[in-house]
Ligand binder design. Structure first.
Ligand code: SAM
Length: 286
């Protein structure tokens, strides 16, 4: 450390961040310093003695302090990887989770068995992670993405442009099916808010920094499933498929809702940790 004890070099800044942030501090410090300096992590290791400019040092210490105060790392970095793609994220959108990749992979394998050209609707799209991954991996599929939050949709639009699928991803603002009109789809996907009222108060501090609009699913967490499952039949082609992500304790109750609403071939699919994560069902003629 230099004489006035202000970290100035790459090495000093990383040591300070590791001490300040604790457990994950070394790795998070490297990611944040990489963002601030424009150096890759490998370059940070290769040039520990490089002194950063005063403005970079100031920006870095601000980011580390925000992280220490509980700001999610992904909001500070501005990106999150999902399905091998980098998505822009900010406080207006849920940070895409790796669990949700199960929903996307199921949809892709199902889509490959269906008749093309394929039309897909993604409800509660947030950053657009599901809709844009589907457009990216299912070339020629036409995807419609809906969210009630105008701010979230600005991020979804930016992500669609970033991944060059904005010509095939139509972004609409509104409450679930309201903006759809009389369009019909081969597949409807959704990762809706599904946290219960009781769980909301017990969420970890960093999850509490994500928009509550993206989290709360009503008293028992099932409000969105009741609406989506009931209303989707009107917007599905015959046959058509509905796939929803669920909280890991909601599988049987959501599957029951599918069956009560006339869906067949209903299945609960597990994530890599062995937890119930996705429910799928097939809709025939109304
Ligand atoms: C759990 S997040 C999912 C975001 C994204 N699909 C993902 O998997 O990362 C739920 C999203 O639902 C949106 N939402 C909440 N209420 C809605 C409604 N009534 N209609 C449409 N979208 C809604 C929120 O704004 C939020 O973006």
């Amino acid at each position: 450390m230099n004489i006035i004890n202000q970290p100035q070099t790459v090495q000093e800044l990383l040591q300070w961040a590791a001490l300040f942030l604790g457990k994950e501090g070394q790795m998070e410090g490297e990611l944040l310093l990489s963002k601030v300096s424009g150096y890759s992590r490998a370059k940070l290791w290769a040039y520990p003695e490089v002194e950063l400019s005063e403005s970079d040092r100031k920006f870095f210490t601000e980011l580390v302090k925000l992280r220490h105060a509980g700001e999610p790392l992904q909001y500070l970095l501005g990106t999150q990887s999902f399905m091998g793609l980098d998505f822009l994220v900010n406080k207006n959108v849920l940070i895409p989770r790796s669990d949700t990749e199960v929903l996307v992979e199921e949809t892709i394998s199902l889509a490959r068995k269906l008749q093309w050209p394929l039309r897909i609707l993604d409800l509660c799209t947030g950053s657009g992670a599901i809709a844009i991954s589907l457009a990216k991996y299912l070339l020629e599929a036409e995807v419609t993405a809906v969210d009630i939050s105008r701010e979230a949709l600005q991020t979804a639009q930016a992500n669609a442009e970033l991944h060059n699928v904005d010509q095939r991803v139509k972004i609409l603002q509104g409450d679930l099916f309201h903006p759809i009109g009389c369009d019909t789809f081969h597949i409807i996907t959704s990762n809706p808010p599904y946290i219960t009222t009781a769980e909301m108060v017990k969420l970890p501090d960093d999850v509490k920094k994500e928009p509550s609009l993206a989290l709360w699913g009503g008293e028992d967490g099932l409000d969105f499933y009741r609406r989506i499952i009931k209303e989707s039949r009107q917007y599905l082609k015959a046959p058509g498929w509905l796939l929803v992500e669920i909280g890991w304790l909601q599988g049987e109750r959501v599957k029951e809702l599918f069956e009560k609403n006339g869906f067949t071939e209903c299945q609960i699919i597990k994530d890599w940790a062995g937890h119930d994560r996705v429910v799928t069902g097939r809709s025939s003629v109304l």
